[in-house]
Design a binder for this molecule. Sequence first.
Ligand SMILES: Nc1nc2c(ncn2[C@@H]2O[C@H](COP(=O)(O)OP(=O)(O)OP(=O)(O)O)[C@@H](O)[C@H]2O)c(=O)[nH]1
Ligand SMILES: [Mg+2]
Length: 287
Amino acid sequence: MCWLRLALWLQPRTHGCAVSWRRVHKLASLQKATTLPPRKVQSLLYPFSTLESYLDRSVDRTQFQLFHPSMEDMVKAEKLYCSSPSHKIDYYTSAERMDHVPALQQPEVCFIGRSNVGKSSLIKALFSLTPEVEVRVSKTPGHTKKMNFFRVGKAFTLVDMPGYGHRAPKDFVEMVEPYLYTRKNLVRTFLLVDGSVGLQKADLIALEMCEEIRCPYAIVVTKIDKCGHGTLLTNVINLQDVVKTQTTSCFPQPFLVSSLHFWGIYLLRCFIAHITGSIQLTDTSRS
Ligand SMILES: Nc1nc2c(ncn2[C@@H]2O[C@H](COP(=O)(O)OP(=O)(O)OP(=O)(O)O)[C@@H](O)[C@H]2O)c(=O)[nH]1
Ligand SMILES: [Mg+2]
């Protein structure tokens, strides 16, 4: 009995949400992340801050920090990503065609981008506090073949999409485009761009499509761990130019993430919680 109590007491808990700790990544929660040295915490929470010191003084930084929530807000948001009996996070269903798409009321966000850009990995990192939710990732492009719906209690739904470009399922256009055009509860599309290679032709086509649909979208720059600061900065500045000059529905701030190292994951969790109306930001946070 004593041993059992000791074992329970030793189990790390994250803000009151019990998780199967053996499979939880060591940086999945803010609580763990904030035990690191301050500079590391800063780059985990606000990855742009690491790049900022390399930027020329003349470059306007405000666009990169429009959404800059306080730690308090990030903690508030994180609670949403912990499953509990009254707030279940689970894989709901998959759909290959619009007539298979579930009718759901809660706000929805979806993740689109080239095959292999890291869509499924990003969702996996967002759900890392609930590792029992299985999100399949693969080195082989074209892995995700259907639209996969994940429910976050009654708060919102995340949709993992098949990728476009190399080895994309041939019916991507028939599957994803109609969804983007007709989904009523879709509040934001996240367009993922690989930070280590920058904007590709296929990304520009996707960007044009998002503009045509006029549904609000935001760009997530993935795999920021894969290249040096110089390459990343060049790609991000180039992307910002395109956003500034060629878009009207795109959120001006790109979200920089590494799903492997958890850079930017806490910020994105908070942004999703905010845009789906699941949390109220404190006055110190801007968006
Ligand atoms: N270095 C690095 N690799 C990553 C990151 N995110 C994803 N990857 C790798 O990129 C590959 C593709 O990841 P997925 O998440 O399956 O990509 P996807 O966009 O869902 O691909 P499809 O389902 O084929 O459209 C895997 O080998 C991942 O481990 C990251 O942040 N950093
Ligand atoms: Mg995938």
